[in-house]
Design a protein around this ligand. Sequence first.
Ligand code: GDP
Length: 193
Amino acid sequence: MKITKVDLAHIAVKPEQYPKTFLPEIALAGRSNVGKSSFINKMINRKSLARTSGQPGKTQTLNFYEINEKVHFVDVPGYGFAKVAKSVRDQWGKMIEQFLTEREQLKAVVLLIDSRHKPSADDKLMYDWLIHFEMPVIIVATKCDKIAKSKWQKHVNVIKEELGKREEDELILFSSETGYGRETAWRVIQRYI
Ligand code: GDP
């Protein structure tokens, strides 16, 4: 995918602030530190448009990136940040739920999972919740450069089994270090937009 134009088009915390355009949207979710910002930056060929978060759970907004005037990537704040106050977590939940359940042009959710580890309880909750709302999910297993290629299939199988992956959801190994999986990820995303 050739990237010709990218803007951080909108930042929103409530529906009135969502973009008024009808571009198809792909949301990106994952626990803090999973490599979500790095994934976005790699996909759009930018070094640091999406902030890589030193502080887990810091970004509490929905960030809409407009790509090639064709699609919005919607960066959803990372989950699983125990240190954040309950009031903030509740607010987060409401904001995300509203967006994921009510946004008509949302086509699919990229759920990022660290390829090195078993999916966490939060990862499983998130996947089950997306299934409950009949949302197409693209599972991206991040940081695959950190495991030996000979072990990739084993790690993929663990993620599939632990999540109870639906047949129709793709699972893509990805590395923002090497760019592995980038073309596949774009090909799958393009199917939904
Ligand atoms: P976020 O909190 O989900 O947005 O995660 P970041 O994109 O900020 O990444 C968290 C940390 O993991 C950073 O130190 C990144 O450099 C590192 N990281 C992210 N993706 C990869 C990857 O594909 N390979 C390796 N080796 N490190 C990665």
